[in-house]
Design a protein around this ligand. Structure first.
Ligand code: 3EB
Length: 277
């Protein structure tokens, strides 16, 4: 992870399988492959030309994916709120991602879960994700506009991701939670109030758990494995107190320092959970 850790550990994810794993470097993409499973990570310098670099990274990832299906993607964008040629870099990133999904003929309604966060300006553009042999099932929040239908005021190209997914194939027992923030409809709530943003964010996570339940998936809050991204380190005590109060089912999750993709958003939470039979 390129972001500084404010609380908790570790800074790495470990995914286990009983299948034989082969590791390779395929151009700009590092891969770990097993039968029906791909973990792929692409990392390239992108302090300039973020749109073209995003298309490059996604083009390489789609080539590595082949006929598998994305389950989950993580996007870490250096200087995400910075400007380039008069445009916000996150908006340019979205344009590049949209172009790559279009080039791969990938329908936005079948997008995987994802998160989109800032990274230090000197970090490379980092995108990593999991693909398996069967498509997952998207889960949307009834109180949020689907991200791929955001109106143009958030940029000419929308972000492409599902709010959550029930995994497919080797990930069939997993619930993937996308980056979740204080957004209702398509609008950010509670500018400047980190405690209220956290409350809305956790409420959005619980709505996704309910939406999953309506589709027959049992996601128990105590199974959530979360990662919290916080814009201002000074808000750490308030966030830790809020997490303990609003999510008493789980141990305190790790908290990383990162810019969120809208200037007014102060906190975002993503993760996954093992589904309960
Ligand atoms: C939002 O709900 C907050 O660009 O891939 C969340 C998850 C967000 C993923 C992405 C962005 C992304 O719009 C931001």
């Amino acid at each position: 992870m390129p972001q500084p850790v404010l609380a908790g550990s570790p800074r790495l994810e470990v995914w286990r399988t009983s299948k034989r794993v082969r590791y390779a470097r395929e151009g700009d993409v590092l891969t770990a492959r097993a039968d029906g499973i791909l973990l792929a990570m692409a990392m390239i310098p992108a302090n300039q030309a973020i749109l073209a670099r995003t298309e490059d990274v996604y083009g390489a990832l789609f080539r590595a994916k082949g006929s598998l299906h994305w389950q989950r993607l993580h996007n870490y964008i250096p200087a995400i709120l910075g400007a380039e040629d008069g445009n916000e870099r996150y908006r340019l990133f979205n344009a590049g991602r949209q172009a790559a999904f279009a080039a791969a003929l990938h329908p936005v309604e079948a997008a995987p879960a994802a998160c989109g966060l800032g990274a230090p300006a000197t970090s490379p553009l980092l995108v990593y994700g999991l693909a398996t042999a069967e498509p997952g099932r998207p889960i949307e929040n009834p109180d949020q506009v689907s991200a791929y239908r955001y109106p143009p005021r958030y940029g000419s190209a929308p972000p492409i991701f599902a709010r959550a997914t029930h995994g497919g194939g080797a990930a069939a027992r997993l619930f993937f939670l996308s980056g979740t923030a204080a957004i209702l409809g398509h609008e950010s709530l509670h500018p400047g109030d980190v405690a209220a943003q956290l409350e809305t964010t956790i409420a959005n996570i619980r709505k996704l758990i309910e939406a999953a339940a309506a589709q027959g998936d049992r996601v128990r809050a105590e199974k959530l494995r979360l990662r919290v991204y916080l814009k201002h380190e000074a808000d750490l005590p308030e966030i830790q107190a809020g997490l303990a109060r609003l999510l008493p089912e789980i141990e305190p999750p790790p908290i990383l320092a990162a810019d969120i993709c809208r200037p007014e958003l102060l906190v975002e939470i993503e993760g996954h959970a093992a589904l309960t039979r």
